[in-house]
Design a protein around this ligand. Sequence first.
Ligand code: 13P
Ligand code: SF4
Length: 334
Amino acid sequence: MSIDYKAEIERLKQTLDVTVVAHYYQRDEVFEMADITGDSLELARRSKADKNPWVVFCGVGFMGQSVKVIAPEKRVLMPKIACCAMARMIDGSYFDDSVNYMVERGIAKEDILPITYINSDATVKAKVGEMGGYVCTSSNAFNIISKGLETGKKILFVPDRCLGQNFAIQMGLKSCVIGEEGKGECDPKEADVICFNGFCSVHQLFTLDDIEFYRNKYPDIKIAVHPECDPKIVAAADFSGSTSQLIKYVADLDPEQKVAIGTEYNLVNRMRQKNTYVLSSTKPECPTMNETTLEDLYNTLKSIEDGKPINEVLVDEHTVKYANLALERMLAIK
Ligand code: 13P
Ligand code: SF4
């Protein structure tokens, strides 16, 4: 007999002390079952404040890990421990190499303030925390970089070069990318923000040709993109903002205003039915966000009921301590 996953998930949510959390990029059928939805900043804040001891997190690995770090007393399970491709681009040793690169080029370690995008492993956040640095998300990167600059130190921004460069441009700062091929060596002495060379492959799909196509087809169209897009895409757009900022921007437009949006497909598809276009000739789905299915969500909740929890997120004590410092420094800033 086949299982009615939706009905079973509802039943399990009623009987267990569990909160189901989902990022905006999740498949619609999973997203609809969640008690808390949002972008990565909202999910971190709201999961921490939530009263239930169990969290089932539908998203990618670093998001579930972040809940475990800021609320270690909670039991955090993930229906799929899917890893964000960008987060995978940096680990502790790449982080150390980046710090060493700056030191070798004449910047003392005490004069480096690291900031890591929340899309990173807890071990990287812990290294950042140990050096007095911050986590940021695309919603608060402007405020966090501004706070970092108050120290007078050089900012080492990891792992997303696009986010680092886009905010540096917006703030009138000089940036460079460590290891960027074909663009000469990054001289940290000449830059305010030194970016690691990571990127999101989904947000790299949007091109200037896509923008030109829509502007030619609909001359009054607005172009709105996520700051994980390449700086030349952000420069050519009318608006750039985090997931929740994009949602607000589109909701505030006149319903007749056409808009093409450069971010993940599931979110764009859900935003608005009319006059909304995906800014790409391909379907920009995040493969790992899409891995989680209703069946996975059901299996995870059922494993709690059966007393044999699966896919639990575990983070060691040292990592929790220092990663939490970097996350709490972020949460203390609006
Ligand atoms: P938000 O911080 O906007 O939720 O984005 C997370 C992400 O992975 C974007 O690709
Ligand atoms: Fe990571 Fe990109 Fe997917 Fe966001 S869209 S979770 S940055 S791979």
